[in-house]
Ligand binder design. Structure first.
Ligand code: PLP
Length: 370
């Protein structure tokens, strides 16, 4: 039996999502721009998916569908910045799809400021305020960190930023927060919010950018004028309609049961010598990051995989890179960073899986340490 605990990397699509999508692929594969009635019905379903995702993120904005959150983040950085005047502020905890886009701007001569993390993995608010000023044009702070699950108080950060930089755009990468940490974007002071379907039981290849009413970014892709001219390209009809269904289904998850599973694994790890949990006080119940001194995490990952248990190492995207940017920014030493794992839970995990995971962790860590 497989136990999948790498849900922050991607999730198994819900059966209900696949059923909806397969009906669209098999029977209603029409281009939603076509004028015959069944195609128009698909276009209407896309609009109702858009409305339900907008409702979920709070009133006061709309969503534009993209191919992934990397595209949504890239859109913000490539089209949300008009010129080199002013400065851009991001946190050191950003996902690579923000971090690398910000670095591409540095290479082009933009003034990009990087805010330090606190030891608990959240954004250091005093450093954010030191680096933001009245000339700041864009601030990007992720809602929930993908490696540690540290949750930033995004409303408080947006409020402080807007006090000194009222015209700055406030962007937040909400990929790991969607359906897990409640947010009403407009009320929280967010202008732009990136999300992705495959982290919550939808499929890969669908993302969205929530944009506050009154804000207009330059278009991401030019062409046939889909997505109100902001992002041309024939819509991923099944993926988009499946995304709305995934949000509906994921919202039925019992978050307390997820927190209990995380708690049980956390307790086991803390009962082991020289293990640090990388977490904030108000951490996502879906992510457990641990640094285990004296082992190499990729070997632990392989040993667990041989027992049918799949976990992550930091983030999937950075697992090929030696240095862990996030844990380094939190001040973790190399001996702990080398032994860092990420166990991430999803809507489809069950408490009956947890005892086997705890036993396997205890046995494999002990074996690797001898
Ligand atoms: N932002 C965060 C916080 C993520 O965890 C990820 C995926 O790992 C992304 C962005 C990129 O999402 P996508 O795979 O949809 O491009």
């Amino acid at each position: 039996m497989m136990i999948y605990l790498d849900n922050a990397a991607t999730t198994k699509p819900f059966d209900g999502v696949l059923r909806k999508m397969s009906e669209l692929y098999e029977e209603r594969f029409f281009n939603p721009s076509a004028l015959y009635t069944p195609a128009y019905a698909v276009a209407k379903e896309i609009e109702s998916a858009r409305e339900s995702i907008c409702r979920f993120l709070g009133s006061g904005g709309t969503v534009y569908f993209t191919s992934c959150a990397t595209e949504s983040n890239t859109w913000v950085f490539s089209c949300g910045i008009k010129n080199k005047k002013g400065n851009i502020v991001i946190s050191a905890g950003e996902h690579a799809s923000v971090y690398e886009n910000a670095h591409a701007l540095i290479a082009k001569g933009y003034d990009v400021r990087i805010v330090n993390l606190s030891a608990d993995g959240t954004v250091n608010q005093s450093d954010l305020m030191r680096k933001t000023d009245q000339n700041t044009t864009l601030v990007s702070v992720l809602h929930c960190n993908n490696e540690t699950g540290a949750v930033n108080d995004i409303a408080a950060l947006a409020r402080s930023v807007k006090k000194v930089a009222p015209h700055a755009l406030f962007h937040s990468d909400g990929v790991q927060a969607l359906c897990k940490i409640p947010v009403r974007c407009a009320d929280a002071g967010i202008d732009l919010y990136s999300v992705s379907a495959h982290k919550i039981g939808g499929v890969k290849g669908v993302g969205a950018l929530w944009v506050r009413n009154g804000i207009r970014l330059a278009p991401m892709l030019l062409g046939g004028g889909q997505e109100k001219g902001e992002r041309s390209g024939t819509e991923n009809t099944a993926g988009i309609i499946g995304f709305a269904e995934a949000i509906r289904l994921f919202s039925q998850t019992d978050a307390n049961a997820v927190a209990d599973m995380r708690h049980a694994v956390r307790r086991t790890l803390l009962a082991t010598d020289n293990v640090l949990i990388n977490e904030s006080e108000n951490n996502s119940p879906y992510i457990l990051s641990a640094s285990i001194s004296g082992i190499r995490s990729e070997i632990l990952q392989r040993k667990l995989a041989e027992r049918g248990i799949f976990i992550g190492l930091g983030s999937a995207c950075s697992s090929r890179l030696k240095k862990n940017r996030i844990l380094s920014a939190m001040g973790r030493s190399m001996s702990y960073i080398e032994g860092s794992i990420r166990i991430s839970f999803g809507a489809q995990n069950s408490p009956i899986e947890i005892p086997a995971v705890c036993t396997a962790l205890q046995e494999e860590i002990a074996a690797l340490r001898t």
